[in-house]
Design a protein around this ligand. Structure first.
Ligand code: GDP
Length: 283
């Protein structure tokens, strides 16, 4: 169990909160009178969003509105700065909206491919709208995938690392995965949190892409983890029958349960604006 160091800090206070409950959100903001709000609250799993789309709309889309509207109603619009966790899922991996270099940047158009992406696009626009309509200091950070040891077990990086570590340690176990060929621009969560904070320290609010500018496939990620663990895999078969073997034992298979009804095949971000204005680069 991860022990959060802030729990020991008397200046750190937790409040019960729920993004689907306007009164509760308004009350917390009224009590805390915050200088900065970072809205990282969301149902953030793309595949799960296909199972509970209405809930995702309530939390990820309208939850953002509830925060913005609470700040406005309380008259805090000149005091409270707001960071909205936008996402590379807004781009949907479509090829026609990439920039000349083949990347997504702040000027690329959106084409979300999941209820998660669609809810987040509402949150993106309502943040921008409140900025323009009420001159609020509100920023969208369009963050590409960011990982850490605290990443949820059902996200692909953590699932692969945990699964292969168990297999390496015990010699037993098997991993079932979905699309091995989708490509992601994976960064480190610690770097990305620093970028969020930097956005709120600027003179003017704006929207920023935060990415590494490099992408790898899920299969390549498996290769890197195996290299780290000293596992020698061999691959056989194609499509749903593709399998990986370790000492002739099948340790990775494909399960169509992990495919999304509509997939984002490729994500690659151009963080030129963040580099120039925020002086941010991924470490
Ligand atoms: P996402 O980019 O926000 O959807 O983050 P994920 O870590 O959930 O997925 C990254 C990519 O890995 C997506 O293109 C998935 O389709 C792909 N993928 C392949 N197998 C799996 C799996 O077993 N679980 C998850 N979560 N993703 C998988």
């Amino acid at each position: 169990i991860y022990q959060d160091p802030h729990v020991e800090n008397p200046r750190f206070k937790l409040h019960y909160g729920d993004l689907t409950d306007s009164l509760n959100i308004t009350k917390i903001i009224q009590m805390c009178k915050p200088d900065e709000i970072y809205n990282l609250g969301a149902m953030s799993h793309v595949k799960v969003s296909f199972d509970i789309p209405e809930y995702v709309g309530q939390v990820d889309a309208l939850g953002t509105l509830r925060i913005l509207e609470a700040v406005r109603l309380l008259g805090f619009e000149k005091k409270t700065k707001i960071y909205q966790a936008s996402t590379s899922e807004l781009y949907g991996g479509m090829s026609e909206n990439k920039n000349k270099k083949g990347f997504y940047d702040e000027n690329s158009s959106f084409y979300p491919r999941s209820p998660y992406g669609v809810a987040k696009i509402y949150a993106y626009w309502i943040t921008k709208n409140y900025r323009e309509a009420y001159e609020m200091f509100a920023c969208n950070g369009i963050l590409f995938n960011h990982e850490s040891p605290r990443r949820g077990e059902t996200f692909v990086t953590k699932k692969i690392v945990s699964g292969l570590c168990k297999i390496a340690k015990s010699g037993n176990g098997k991993l079932y995965l979905g699309n091995l060929y989708s490509k992601r621009d994976w960064g480190h969560a610690e770097d990305y949190v620093e970028a969020m904070w930097k956005m709120l320290q600027q003179q003017k609010p704006s929207d920023y892409v935060i990415a590494t500018g490099k992408q790898y496939s899920v299969k390549y990620f498996i290769k890197l983890v195996c290299k780290e663990l000293g596992l020698k895999l061999s691959w056989k078969g194609k499509g749903l029958n593709e399998k990986a073997y370790l000492n002739k034992k099948n340790i990775i298979s494909i399960d169509k349960r992990y495919f999304r009804p509509t997939e984002v095949d490729t994500l690659l971000g151009d963080y030129t604006k963040a580099k120039k204005i925020l002086k941010w680069t991924p470490k």
